[in-house]
Design a protein around this ligand. Structure first.
Ligand code: FAD
Length: 459
């Protein structure tokens, strides 16, 4: 009897971790996987994080869609685990539960002035231009000529690139109409990316750096003094880091050819990397009403290799600006009091995806590893969690006997007035977005209002 033998599993979160974990679990012929997602729409940071001018990165959505089309997989959006249904309720209804809910908070700077208007997290800024419902009304103030981004990772470069790209180059992307409108009015001419350490410690990758260097209408500002002595040091570093540093070094120290020199001379916008600077305070405007700059402590490096630390020299520097974007990392939230959580590391404590001390509970993706790594890293890590779960099943470590799965959860949700959005519902929203984009040559115009989405579905 199929019902008797079905292995009922659910996954919490429909980003890369959720979908890749489901994909692996479905290799088991008796597995049925339900994916719960708090947003009415699937795909997590692939939709709400990845930059609109990187459409090729979003091709993974095709693979996720195939997984969702499996007769043994279901998507239930508009269901927030921890609020609409609890983890113990899920564990009761399923043989196993996988938590793949990502890292939704941002790390705070923890410096005075952080709360001033004119300061915002890169996370919120990204959410705004990508149509994340909770950030759709952000309207960042781009009336000043300088923006400072605190952080030197890929997210920081994404944000810098979106701020400096000529708006007409974004017109045919899936950036929201509202964000494009604000960017068209932007007066931002210069973007500084501030890092506590030096060129050898930047956290972005070469592809993103190359894009910045070639950005139309923008020129790089790099101080050759920051690169003194680096030529010798790069011989010892691993190859990807070496190539990245060489590109930085060339850009900072070599005289460009005539064509590139002309391009840079005519550029109306600029971006620069400010190394060896640690933010101490967001400086208020004279009336105290908003941010007007950042006070930076000058640092120098101590130690070698991965253990290199920035220590303050005692010198200070003020960098005036109209907008401060903090891009110092993401952080997971605890989802439910019944689930162990390491609030220091911001992850669920686990051994290879098995949640510590809770049999039948697993995790994958950013909530398992912490908020670093690209989609490919998340894929490998999620397959591994899937493997561990299937191993445990084989070893008889999961509950035996049938489990009700979605039937039980559906009853709970319905009694609580929650109306889940299915994958075919999402496909209707998807078609609507594509249709709205068509007139203006965009791949889609994202729906940003959950109420409107539910209305379109007749919920
Ligand atoms: P997420 O993608 O965040 O998915 C988690 C999902 O869980 C979300 O849909 C969330 O809504 C849902 N959720 C949260 N809480 C609950 C709850 N209580 N109940 C139900 N559902 C919940 N990688 C690349 O390879 N290329 C790129 O260009 C790239 N660009 C990036 C740009 C940005 C700004 C960021 C932040 C990351 C980028 N990455 C990129 C990294 C990539 O996005 C991550 O590796 C990947 O998304 C992590 O997957 P995840 O499933 O763990 O988390």
């Amino acid at each position: 009897d199929i019902q008797e033998k079905t292995l009922q599993i659910c996954v919490v979160g429909s980003g890369p971790a959720g979908f890749y974990t489901a994909q692996h679990l479905l290799k088991h012929p008796q597995a049925h996987v339900d994916i719960y997602e708090k947003q009415p729409v699937p795909f997590g940071l692939v939709r709400f994080g990845v930059a609109p001018d990187h459409p090729e990165v979003k091709n993974v959505i095709n693979t996720f869609t195939q997984t969702a089309h499996s007769g043994r997989c279901a998507f239930w959006g508009n269901v927030e685990v921890g609020r609409d249904v609890t983890v113990p309720e899920l564990r009761e209804a399923y043989h196993a539960v996988v938590l793949s809910y990502g890292a939704e908070d941002h790390r705070a700077l923890e410096i005075p002035g952080e709360e001033l208007p004119g300061v915002c997290s890169a996370r919120a800024f990204v959410g705004w231009y990508n149509g994340l419902p909770e950030n759709r009304e952000l309207e960042p103030d781009l009336s000043g000529d300088t923006a400072v981004i605190l952080g030197q990772g890929n997210v920081a470069l994404d944000v810098a690139r979106i701020l400096l790209t000529p708006p007409e180059h974004l017109e045919r992307t899936d950036i929201t109409k509202a964000a494009l409108g604000v960017l068209r009015q932007s007066r931002v001419k210069t973007v500084w990316l501030v890092g506590r350490r030096g060129p050898l410690q930047v956290a972005f990758t070469i592809k993103e750096l190359r894009e910045m260097i070639q950005l139309p209408g923008a020129r790089p500002i790099l101080d050759p003094a920051d690169f003194l002595g680096l030529q010798d040091k790069i011989k010892e570093v691993p190859r990807p880091r070496k190539r990245l540093t060489e590109l930085l070094l060339r850009t900072a120290t070599e005289k460009p050819g005539p064509e590139e020199a002309a391009r840079r001379a005519s550029a109306s916008r600029a971006w620069g990397l400010r190394f060896f600077r640690s933010p101490q305070q967001v400086l208020p405007s004279p009336d105290g009403r908003r941010a007007a700059g950042v006070r930076l402590a000058v640092t120098r490096l101590e130690g070698v290799g991965e253990a290199t630390r920035a220590v303050p020299t005692g010198d200070m520097e003020d960098l005036p600006c109209g907008l401060v974007l903090s891009s110092v990392g993401y952080k997971s939230r605890p989802v439910d009091p019944s689930v162990p959580f390491d609030s220091k590391l911001g992850v669920i404590p686990n051994v290879e995806g098995r949640v510590m001390d809770v049999p039948g509970l697993y995790c994958s993706g950013w909530v398992k590893r912490g908020p670093t790594g690209v989609i490919a890293t998340t894929m490998t890590d999620s397959f591994l969690t899937g493997q561990m779960l299937l191993q445990d099943l084989k070893a008889g470590l999961l509950p035996s006997g049938p489990r009700p799965g979605y039937a039980a959860i559906q009853a709970l949700l319905s009694s609580r007035g929650v109306r889940p959005v299915s994958f075919s519902d999402w496909e209707k929203l998807d078609a609507e977005e594509v249709a709205r984009g068509q007139g203006t040559g965009k791949p889609r115009e994202k729906l940003v209002d959950p109420q409107e989405m539910l209305r379109l579905l007749g919920h």
